[in-house]
Design a protein around this ligand. Sequence first.
Ligand code: HEC
Length: 97
Amino acid sequence: MKKIPVLILLIMSIFAVNSAQASGEAMFNSLGCSSCHGAGGHSTKPEYPVLAGKDSKYIVKQLEDFRTGVRKSPTMNAMAPMAIGYEEIIADYLAAQ
Ligand code: HEC
């Protein structure tokens, strides 16, 4: 069962590489962020935080902290490395929602 999340991450990373002309919106959707956090970060599920309208510096910091393990969340510790190189454009997109 442990292999399934790895496969999902692999598929997501292929999507990410294909988005050559990356916009924050395209990355947020193609990395699968919107599947939990909702379109534009407007989450409708209580277990997933709303990201829309949050300060972009705060979002970048959280992604760094998830990536380095300073902030612990099994889900986000796995997801944050996918956003490497795109943290700022994703955060700017979300802040503007
Ligand atoms: C499988 C569901 C899921 C996916 C996919 C996902 N997240 Fe999350 N995210 C969560 C959960 C759950 C939390 C809350 C973590 C905690 O604090 O325990 C969270 C928290 C966050 C936070 C911190 C919010 C805050 O208010 O502090 C940010 C920023 C974030 N996610 C960004 C992203 C980005 C960017 C992506 C895509 C690369 C992404 N997430 C993909 C479930 C997900």
